[in-house]
Design a protein around this ligand. Structure first.
Ligand code: CAA
Length: 380
């Protein structure tokens, strides 16, 4: 077993880290304050290949493995977790289901511009009555000749409004429960498809989170993803891979907060010595480093399985829940180490603590991850 990153991974880390530090860090706190979506940084991500890391070169992706993808999201999130989730939702939740379940025509038409970053992607699963219970979708799709007509709405959609391409789910036959659900590819600008409420959030405030509204939206039958009735499974598989991205985002937040706390502990002196010379601080730092290392190992193991196309459900849920809880513990401890300064907006740990919370909620709460893990253990 080899735990070393290979040369490609190290090059990816170096490249994304310098982009994050040089381009993303300068305006980060201002974007957070103003809830400003960084369209310019998104475009640069496309130019650097960060919008299509795992997709084969034949679809204009980079053709790299999932560890490279995790490194990308981790390094972005170490500095800018809002951009981290923008890339993660785009890649894992929109481009990936098209890659996994799309026809060749759909891949050429939608995956290629998503992979290059010419187009941005989003995923519409959640509804007001279908959150953790993803099968409770009330958005409907009705076949009408060569089209489907969609009615309903989706909430909390990451990249909503800015995205060009949406993978959405809709119920076609309520009597069939989750087997009545279908998935569709929907283009921004389709008549009847509009945007509702923009969410004002605690954290990841420079990422976009919108409501999607569908009023008699007509989609051609060519935009059905997979088969009728396959939509719930498509969503579940999509989330199995998607949780790798959120685990990477959480890990990046934890790493960023830990580095801030470590640096501060060596500079700040009280009672005649630096904080890092007190054993109480050393124990805090040791626990932070320990949790981060364990989260990274779980994440990279899930990445390995995803790259090998092996079942990843249990491991991505494990990586996600552990990394999310690590991000919250580490960011909270970082604020504690920085004390009064950590509680102000003069230091990024205050934002990191706010940014960390969502990783325990979206793409399945920590409680849902434990349901997924338990279901897999019992099945095994
Ligand atoms: N892969 C393939 N098939 C799967 C699957 C998986 N991972 N998980 C379930 N299925 C299949 C089951 O095998 C079953 O099939 P059969 O009926 O043929 O046997 C079917 O799907 C139903 O499975 P369950 O009975 O387990 O389904 P459930 O209704 O009990 O729900 C759940 C299971 C795990 C709780 C699921 O609803 C879930 O994951 N909920 C959380 C939803 C979620 O993560 N939402 C996040 C929204 S996206 C987001 O947050 C994006 C963002 O902003 C960044």
């Amino acid at each position: 077993m080899n735990f070393d990153l290979n040369e490609d991974h190290m090059m990816m880390r170096k490249m994304v880290r310098s982009f994050a530090e040089e381009e993303c860090a300068p305006g980060m706190e201002e974007r957070d304050e103003n809830e400003e979506f960084p369209m310019d940084l998104w475009k640069q991500c496309g130019e650097l290949g960060l919008t299509g890391v795992t997709f084969p070169e034949e679809y204009c992706g980079v053709g790299a493995d999932y560890i490279s993808y995790a490194i990308t999201v981790e390094e972005l999130s170490r500095v800018d977790p809002s951009l981290g989730v923008t890339i993660s939702a785009h890649s894992s939740l929109c481009a990936n289901p098209i890659y996994l379940f799309g026809t060749e025509e759909q891949k050429q038409k939608y995956l290629v511009p998503l992979a290059t970053g010419e187009k941005m992607g989003a995923f519409g699963l959640t509804e007001s009555m279908a959150g953790s219970d993803a099968s409770g979708t009330r958005t409907t799709a009705v076949r009408d000749g060569d089209d489907y007509i969609i009615n309903g709405s989706k909430i909390f959609i990451t990249n909503g409004y800015y995205a060009d391409t949406y993978v959405i789910t809709a119920q076609m036959d309520k009597s069939k429960g989750n087997k009545g659900i279908a998935a569709f590819i929907l283009e921004k600008g389709t008549p009847g498809f509009t945007f509702g409420k923009k969410e004002k959030k605690m954290g990841i405030r420079s990422s976009a989170t919108y409501e999607l509204v569908f009023e008699n939206v007509r989609i051609p039958k060519e935009n059905l993803l997979g088969e009728e009735g396959q939509g719930f499974k498509i969503a579940m598989v999509t989330l199995d891979y998607g949780r790798i991205g959120i685990a990477a985002q959480a890990l990046g937040i934890a790493q960023g907060a830990y580095e801030q706390a470590l640096k501060y502990s060596k500079e700040r002196a009280q009672f005649g010595k630096t904080l890092s010379e007190f054993q109480v601080t050393q124990f805090k730092l040791a626990d932070m480093a320990l949790q981060i290392e364990a989260a990274r190992l779980l994440l990279y193991q899930a990445c390995y399985l995803a790259t090998e196309h092996r079942p990843v459900s249990k491991h991505s849920a494990m990586a996600k829940v552990f990394a999310a809880e690590t991000a919250n513990k580490v960011a909270t401890q970082a604020v504690q180490i920085l004390g009064g300064y950590g509680y102000t907006r003069d230091y990024p740990v205050e934002r990191m603590m706010r940014d960390a919370k969502i990783t325990e909620i979206y793409e399945g709460t920590s409680e849902i991850q434990r349901i997924v893990i338990a279901a897999n253990i019992l099945k095994d």
